[in-house]
Ligand binder design. Structure first.
Ligand code: NAI
Ligand code: MG
Length: 498
């Protein structure tokens, strides 16, 4: 192993202490006094003890967010000033890039170089992009005809208003970036927030909250309650004074949230699982398609809702692509995210490692052939070998269920008329990929795939300007782009007789 990357001093200090949560402007312990342990997935050792929030803490945080929404300076602040503050959050993320990337590596396991090159700048860019919308939340002027009042004159317009107090629940695969995706649009539209990070990875959101206060966001606008899903998360979803919940996580929990939110019919957006098809046509440039297909699944250790986990290859090139992706998998350097040579770190938790191992066992039982990897690594840390499975079919668990680990299935196909229904043969519809040099075929296939994102001759390309979200059981609503703003605003029609 090469010499470990020096952990940023501030990150080292941040993990070395008990971490309280943020309610109002105060860093507080849980009402119960309880804490929970957060682990370094590369070693299995405890990184920090974090306040274990529950329904009482959620209630306090929601009341604080309500007061900040109704009466605080946030409510009356000029949009330009709000936009400047949101922009400053992005600046502070960049200024603290090494520190935040180190926290991601320690808490989530991902390689430092990747957190530094992708997670941190993408998080900053999301705040920068969203900040511009603060001054552009316009309504429209409308000319009603009102057929039953033919002689009347009207002046009518719409207002776009912040939806209110928002509950945001995020997962562990991109802890900082998911916080940014959620907070950026909420803040730029003038909402107030109670954010619950994943229990596996709460650290970067807590550090981000400090930066948010430093940027000038008034106290009470952003509250961060750390704790478990079944307790703190569930209390936030059920709370009667929350106007909207934005959730990213499993489809299973997404369905529970739909039911649990019914009490006050709060608005919901859900960004859930995926089982995305990645289609390599025979006329693709194989020099880019093969590494592209490998990265589509192995990026972030396969812990991506958009992962290209079902690879389809046209018959003529099937052997070449299967072999190429398998070689790629075997050559990936798996290790601690602090080793500069590491290309893939551990999975986030023992639970996730066991889950993925369960899928590998089921694949083997159902007759899948393993051409690379195939098992969890023995010893410390939650490592799983990058794995390529062939001879799979749509009825097998490894092809139907989201694995959320470094496991891809590879299947041959005859032509577009065969691969399009196969690609769509899933309850999910989050993302998809197409590799071809035929521009017409690329766009015809893009139109036919039932997925919220289609990447052509690329994969895992994310940008604050590109809306992202799912068809079918992959979710409700879109994040990023201008589309996300609809989730955080209500439209009010104002109609005057003049
Ligand atoms: P999860 O859906 O249980 O957790 C995601 C977030 O939801 C966490 O913050 C958790 O505390 C919270 N949560 C859990 N139960 C809740 C409830 N009843 N009410 C409110 N909030 C709740 O996901 P988990 O258990 O960490 O991972 C299981 C599987 O879910 C993964 O293997 C993967 O397939 C999928 N997943 C998908 C993600 C995505 O980005 N689409 C992200 C994380 C997990
Ligand atoms: Mg769960």
């Amino acid at each position: 192993m090469a010499t470990e990357i020096q952990i940023d001093e501030r990150a080292r200090e941040f993990v070395g202490r008990d971490r309280p949560m943020l309610i109002g402007g105060d860093w507080v312990n849980a009402a119960s006094g309880k804490t929970f342990e957060v682990f370094n997935p590369a070693t299995g050792q405890v990184l920090a003890n974090v306040a274990e929030g529950d329904s009482e803490d959620i209630d306090r945080a929601v009341k604080t967010a309500r007061a900040a929404f109704e009466d605080g300076p946030w409510a009356t602040m000029k949009p330009a000033e709000r936009g400047r503050i949101v922009h400053r959050i992005g600046d502070l993320i960049l200024e603290h890039g090494d520190e935040l990337a180190a926290l991601e590596t320690l808490d989530n396991g991902k390689p430092f170089a990747i957190a530094r090159a992708a997670d941190v700048p993408l998080a900053a860019d999301n705040f920068h992009y969203m900040s511009g919308w603060a001054t552009k939340m316009d309504g429209r002027s409308i000319s009603p005809s009102v057929p039953y009042m033919p002689d009347a004159q009207w002046h009518a317009y719409t207002l776009r208003e912040p939806i209110g107090v928002v509950g945001q629940i995020i997962p562990w695969n991109f802890p900082l970036l998911m916080a940014a995706w959620k907070l950026g649009p909420a803040l730029t539209t003038g909402c107030t927030v109670v954010l619950k990070p994943a229990e596996q990875t709460p650290l970067s959101a807590l550090r981000l909250a400090e930066l948010i206060l430093e940027a000038g966001v008034p106290e009470g606008v952003v509250n961060v309650v750390t704790g478990f899903g079944e307790t703190a998360g569930a209390a936030l979803v059920a709370h009667d004074d929350v106007n909207k919940v934005a959730f990213t996580g499993s489809t299973e929990v997404g369905k529970e949230i739909v039911k649990a939110s019914a009490g006050n019919l709060k608005k919901l957006t859900l960004e859930l699982g995926g089982k995305s098809p990645n289609v390599v046509y025979a006329d693709a440039d194989m020099e880019t398609a093969i590494p592209g297909a490998a990265n589509a699944i192995f990026f972030n250790h396969g812990q991506c809702c958009a992962a290209g986990s079902r690879l389809f290859v046209e018959y003529d090139h099937y052997d070449e692509v299967l072999e190429g992706v398998s070689e790629h998998a075997k050559n990936i350097k798996v290790g601690s995210g602090l080793d500069p040579d590491t290309e893939m770190g551990p999975l986030v938790s023992k639970e996730q490692q066991d889950r993925v191992q369960g899928f590998l066992d089921s694949g083997a039982e159902e007759g899948a052939k393993t051409t690379a990897g195939g098992k969890a690594r023995e010893g410390d840390g939650y490592f799983v070998e990058p794995t390529v499975l062939s001879e799979t079919g749509p009825e097998m668990k490894v092809e139907c269920e989201e694995i959320f680990g470094p496991v891809v299935t590879v299947r041959p196909f005859k032509d577009a008329s065969e691969v399009i229904p196969s690609g769509n043969e899933t309850k999910f519809g989050l993302a998809s990929g197409i590799w071809t040099s035929d521009i017409a075929k690329a766009h015809r296939t893009a139109k036919a795939l039932r997925a919220g994102t289609v990447w052509i001759n690329c994969y895992n390309v994310f940008d604050a300007a590109l809306p992202f979200g799912g068809y079918k059981e992959s979710g409700w609503g879109r994040e990023m782009g201008s589309e996300v703003l609809n989730n955080y605003t209500e439209v009010k029609s104002v109609c005057a007789q003049i």
